[in-house]
Design a protein around this ligand. Structure first.
Ligand code: AR6
Length: 185
């Protein structure tokens, strides 16, 4: 299994609802009341108590992260992150940052910060915004990897971060980006 950053980062092909970690991140929408994709899968696996707690949260803005229990999931907590919607025809020129990039980076950075604040040891992310929200996958992977590298360099208690990919092709893409960005440093 490929691992990076001294073994603290793993890139897995898995269903995130099955992972035995302290917290999983949900790719939610601003209502925080469920939806399709990984959001739907997490709500189905956690049971109706999750939706009941989500109703008390008052929604969230893009880039914000709110925490609930995991209920019937193996994970103790769910971090509900609202990713950006990608509406552009093309990616900005190389080296240029889009506002969507900053919002996606905040989803990762906030989740890492909240995990460390709660002294959690393990945290798993799906590829936020790369499904229905249309964010380019390689661009999203580079943002995720940069945030995880930066977070792990500062946040001691976090021993294990998983980037959870729903297909082998997505896993291969993330491994390629990680090899380019992390392994050759
Ligand atoms: N485990 C891991 N990854 C998964 C799983 C799973 N069980 N299911 C899907 N993915 P998406 P978004 C991957 O569309 O783009 C919802 O309706 C999927 O292959 O779930 O952030 C929300 O309510 C993709 O790589 O989230 C919002 O309205 C990634 O998860 C909207 O979709 C994200 O795809 C959010 O869109």
């Amino acid at each position: 299994m490929p691992s990076f950053l001294d073994g603290r980062l793993e890139i897995l092909h898995a269903d995130i609802t099955r992972l035995e970690v302290d917290a999983i991140v949900n790719a939610a929408n601003p209502t925080l009341l469920g939806g399709g994709g990984v959001d739907g899968a997490i709500h189905r696996a956690a049971g109706p108590e999750l939706l009941a707690e989500c109703r008390t949260l008052g929604g969230a803005r893009p880039g914000e992260v709110k925490v609930t229990g995991g209920y019937r999931l193996p994970a103790r907590f769910v971090f509900h992150a609202v990713g950006p919607v990608w509406r552009r025809e093309e990616e900005p020129a190389p080296g240029e940052e889009a506002p969507e990039d900053r919002i996606l980076a905040r989803c990762y950075g906030e989740s890492l910060r909240l995990a460390a604040e709660r002294e959690l040891a393990s945290l798993a992310f799906p590829a936020i915004s790369t499904g229905v929200y249309g964010f380019p996958k390689a661009r999203a992977a580079r943002i995720a990897l940069a945030q995880v590298r930066e977070g792990l360099s500062r946040l001691e208690p976090l021993r294990r971060v998983i980037l959870c990919c729903f297909s082998e092709a997505d896993q291969a893409l993330q491994e390629r980006e990680a090899a380019a960005l992390l392994a050759l440093r």
